[in-house]
Design a protein around this ligand. Structure first.
Ligand SMILES: *Cc1c(COP(=O)(O)O)cnc(C)c1O
Length: 482
């Protein structure tokens, strides 16, 4: 299997190369040139780790079978407490695919537990010996999931930069208490944009690259534009479908709809890939919060990022430029030239409009809707009071949008974070006065709902804080060169 760039149809690289490089030249993204066919009959009864091995094998054709077997077995068994791909019934015809049973309690663990191993192995496959230094700017979930995935791996160092005043108490402690000899965590004075701009500047600074090169170090990024982060997310769409079929909730071969709380368009794109491989997927429903640029795009074909940016109670979806959409544009338009044109227009003017044929192809697989904070909060309360199901603020957006987009097919809502990661907002949605501290709020939430907080969150305030350095954005360069 070869990978091509969304902006250059002539370029072809191996999967190892795509994962080590992250970005293609001219800011293109790597995509598979075709889709391996799923073997639904033989996959349907596989345990999660074995299913993951089969899915990965079709795309990562230059990785050894031994490696794929041991990596998937090691990650998707123990680390997810035996609950990888956990699918539970919420109400008639509606299911939650709970993706937060991993070490950091958000769905990003599926990708960020595996991706570091893929990177180390890709370097081996390509005979590369340099140290890889990963820089991550994060508003919360990605930082911790990346730290947990890359800690103590050979040949890798990771530095995380988060806004001093931009994360929750839990998110801050998750990062500040991270173990590992190869990790470094900095709070940056300012907001997420200050941290992100500072890190982007370092990536673009050729003098930084040259100085590190002399020390046999190369910079890399852990964000979701890397193909290695997308491929692990395809697996759980298959797994959820097989569980519904097993329970008789869907007749074998008939479609299931999936509703996905969306930010950077990575998670939902993995569902599209599952469909291309032959999974009977009806509609993929893209759920946004008040930052609803994707809702408008999927409904009209015009992507217009020139709008107010809102901070919401579902912060991991507060995004105006959804990077992975570019991949869908290539698959549906079939033209790297068109994609490059639209992306240039977006950069220059803040908007672009796709042609009618491309829009029709997108609408054949996708529907969209959004929920503001009030609608999300009402959803948390309704799901709890009517169905006894407790969900977080991101998942609530998807439940709301799913309701408006029901077809005859069963609906699977992707549940992307534990409600205990956002205990104050969840409590407030349930009509309780939330205590100031996240930890007090977790205890009240357990008392009110009977649900137990994940141990990894509950015990956070008892772990030693290892990192408390606050730096100015201008100091990110020096930190990266340390
Ligand atoms: C990252 C994240 C999302 C959005 O996923 P994308 O792949 O960026 O679309 C949704 N919910 C939670 C909890 C997240 O952390």
């Amino acid at each position: 299997m070869q990978f091509q760039s969304t902006r250059d149809s002539a370029l072809r690289v191996s999967s190892s190369e795509a994962i080590v490089r992250g970005l293609a030249p001219k800011s293109g993204l790597f995509v598979p040139e075709s889709f391996p066919k799923a073997d639904l009959e033989n996959w349907k009864s596989l345990p999660y780790p074995a299913l993951a091995e089969q899915v990965l094998k079709g795309f990562l054709t230059d990785y050894s079978a031994d490696f794929l077997h041991s990596a998937t077995a090691a990650i998707y068994g123990e680390a997810f407490g035996g609950k990888a791909g956990e699918t539970v019934k919420v109400s008639d015809g509606v299911y939650a695919l709970e993706l937060w049973h991993g070490p950091t309690c958000a769905f990003k663990d599926y990708a960020l537990q595996l991706m570091p191993k893929l990177l180390v192995e890709a370097k081996k496959n390509l005979g590369r010996t340099e140290t890889t230094r990963i820089l991550v700017a994060t508003s919360g979930d990605t930082g911790k999931a990346a730290l947990a995935g890359y800690a103590d791996l050979d040949g890798i160092e990771i530095e995380v930069f988060y806004p001093n005043a931009g994360t929750s108490e839990i998110q801050h402690l998750q990062m500040a208490t991270q173990k590992g000899d190869n990790v470094q965590v900095y709070a940056v004075e300012g907001n997420f944009d200050d941290a992100q701009t500072g890190v982007k500047r370092v990536f673009a600074d050729e003098s930084v690259a040259a100085e590190l090169e002399a020390r046999h170090i190369r910079l890399s990024s852990a964000n979701s534009i890397n193909w290695g982060r997308l491929v692990p997310q395809i697996v759980y769409y298959f797994y959820a479908y097989f569980r519904l079929a097993e329970q008789g909730a869907v007749a074998w071969g008939k479609p299931v709809d999936f509703c996905v709380p969306t930010g950077n368009f990575g998670d939902i794109l993995a569902g599209y890939y599952a469909k291309q491989m032959g999974l009977p997927v009806g509609k993929l429903i893209c759920a946004s919060n008040k930052n609803n640029v994707l809702t408008d795009f999927i409904k009209t074909g015009t992507y217009d990022a020139r709008r107010t940016f809102y901070k919401t109670t579902s912060p991991s979806m507060d995004i105006l430029i959804s990077s992975n959409l570019e991949r869908l544009l290539l698959h549906t338009s079939g033209s790297a030239e068109k994609v490059e044109g639209w992306m240039q227009e977006l950069a220059a003017t803040g908007k672009y409009t796709v042609d009618a044929e491309t829009l029709a192809k997108i609408q054949a697989s996708f529907a969209a809707g959004y929920a503001d904070d009030a609608a999300g909060a009402a959803e948390i309360r309704a799901r709890f009071e009517r169905n006894g199901y407790l969900c977080d603020t991101h998942t609530a957006v998807a439940f709301h949008v799913a309701e408006a987009n029901r077809s005859d097919a069963p609906m699977v809502v992707l549940s992307t974070a534990s409600p205990f990661k956002f205990p104050r907002d969840v409590l407030a949605a349930l009509g309780e006065t939330a205590p100031e501290s996240d930890f007090a709020a977790m205890a009240v939430l357990t008392a009110k709902t009977g649900a137990a907080a994940p141990a990894s969150l509950r015990e956070l305030d008892k772990l030693p804080v290892r990192f408390n350095t606050v730096i100015e954005p201008a100091e990110i360069r020096a930190a990266a060169l340390r």
